[in-house]
Structures are given as structure tokens and as C-alpha cells.
Design a protein around this ligand. Sequence first.
Ligand code: 5GP
Length: 349
Amino acid sequence: MRIEYDVKLDFSDVLIRPKRSVLKTRAEVSLEREFRFKHTHSVWQGVPIIAANMDHTGTFAMASTLSQHKLLTALDKFLGPAEWEKFAKTHEQALASCFVSVGISEADFTKLDETMKMVNVPFICLDVANGYTERFVSCLERLRETYPKTVIMAGNVVTGEMVEELILSGADIVKIGIGPGSVCTTREKTGVGYPQLSAIIECADAAHGLGGQVCADGGCTTPGDVAKAFAAGADFVMLGGMLSGHDETLGDVIEENGKKYKRFYGMSSKEAMEVHHGSVADYRSSEGRSVNVPYKGPVKNTILDILGGIRSTCTYVGAHRLKELSKRTTFIRVARQLNEVFASYDVNK
Ligand code: 5GP
């Protein structure tokens, strides 16, 4: 057993220090980025925020709306080839913003092949809760060989040495995060995890050294957290909870005591396992929550709020473009981040 005494940080442990700036207004800030991917050499341009490939947020309705704002969506892995084909026929432009998700079972790979034969989805998200297994790495190598021209994002991991291994095994983007998610109970159930801000800083450094990218996945609860993730070096940020509760998510509005909610569950929750596998297998525990989140209406308003927040962050540190944000960031370690004395009285909540 060993103990690392270096302090590792979360979003709530820091604030971004303002800097002198020549920017006149936040309207001058561009949030679009252009990336050339390591293995495919293809170029993508857009706003590097991705809706999470969870049942509720990884929907075609989400992809359709987010693509209008140049954001990306990772569709949930349970969608089949016929559903993809139907979407592709009517949403050619939105398709350019989509990830098809895949796990590491043979059935997953077969379904992916069938889907890709019908629809040329530009991005693949190879997704497992624990990206540290040899089996995961060999699946990634196989995927890279089969799809040399498709951008592959693979995860999740939280340490630099594994980021390097995944990039060298075929990943263009490595997804970062173990345990920070809004409906994740991994830390509770297993004691495993890594504070997300430090994970992003360390993993981005490792990925950029090899010409790869990272996607910060999980733990953002406010536009300020999204800004901190980019400031820490994330090339992409993936959002689940912040996009939950909207019209574009799966499921109906639930009414309770005159208030409106929508369901949102973790993909390792008991509910998700029952929906997709019939039950929770005896050898595993659920590592996710089921929650009813307040109904929030169209996702467009939330997107504009997030993008407005990040533009303002850029203005505070004098970054004309999102690309410059991390170079212009000094994080300060804080003991208290927010004043929430009236938070529960907010008339907009
Ligand atoms: P959020 O933006 O809601 O904080 O985090 C979203 C991320 O949480 C997802 O992209 C995924 O990586 C992770 N996640 C989703 N469902 C579960 C779950 O049931 N258990 C765990 N451990 N993580 C989950």
C-alpha cells in the first residue's frame, strides 16, 4: 500500500483569477475550435461540448437541437441500425455531430458493424466504466483497425499513463472521469475515483504530448464548472446531468405535488440494468442513481446559458477564443467557492 500526499483538486476547490484584457464585449469571443485528429487526420470544427451517451441525454432529439448550435451528441449505445438509418435520412447535417456508442461485448461490435454499414457515423465512442483492462485496450485496437477513418473516443480513465496507452492503441480522444458524475455512486460503492479537475489537468498534458485530445466527462454542475474544465485543458467536455430534464431527453414529464420533473438515471443504476438486461446480475452492484430532476423546458435555453457563461469566463481572462482559455488561466485554490445564502429562494428554480 502507498499514499500519495499531493493534493488533487475538484472544480469546487478552485476559481479562475481574472486578468487584464483588451476584449470589449463577450460577443467578441469565439467558442468554436478546430481539431485535426491524430489517427484519422480528419478535421472537425464546432463547439466542443458533447451530450452524454446516457439513455436520457443521448437521444436523436438532443442531437438534432445541439447540432444547430454546433455541439455534439454521443447517442446511447442501445439504439439500433434501423433507428440510425431513419435519423440519418432526415437529419443529414445533424449526423455530422454524432457519436455512435459501443461497449466491449461481441454483441456490441456486431451491432456497431451493422449500423456503420447503413450509416457512416463520423465518431465512435468506445465506452466502459473502467478503461484500465487489457480487454478494453485490445477492443480499441480492433476498432481502430476496422475503422481507420472514423474518429474514436475511448474511456474512461483518469491517469496520464493510461491516456498514453489508449492514444497509442488507436484513440483520437480519451474520455476522462471515474466517479464524478451526477448520478454516479462508484465512489460510494467502491472507494475508487480521482478528483476531476486534477484528472483533466494531468490527462490533458499526457494526451497533448502525443497529439491526442481529451474529453472531460462528468462532474460539471454549472456553466462555471464547464469553463473550469476547458481552462484545465479539456479539449471536449461531456455533459449528462446539466442536459437532463429537458424536452429533448427521453421520457415523459412527471407531475408531483404541482411540480414537474423528468426521470434521469445512471447507466449503471439498478433501473438502467433492469431496462436493458432485465435485472442486476448477482455478481455486481449498481453504481448509479435514479432521480427525478426538475423539468427544464427546451434545451436551447440551457445551451445558451452555458455558452454565455464560458464566453464571459473568456472575457474575464482576456481569451478571444476558447483555445486560448487554458493558456490564460491561473486557478486559485479556494476554501469557499459560492455564496448560496439565497440559492433556495431563486425565482427561476
Ligand atoms: P454528469 O455530467 O451527469 O455529472 O456525468 C455524466 C457522466 O457520468 C456520463 O457521461 C458517464 O461517464 C457517467 N455515468 C453515467 N451513468 C453512470 C452510472 O450509473 N455510474 C457511474 N459510475 N457513472 C455514470
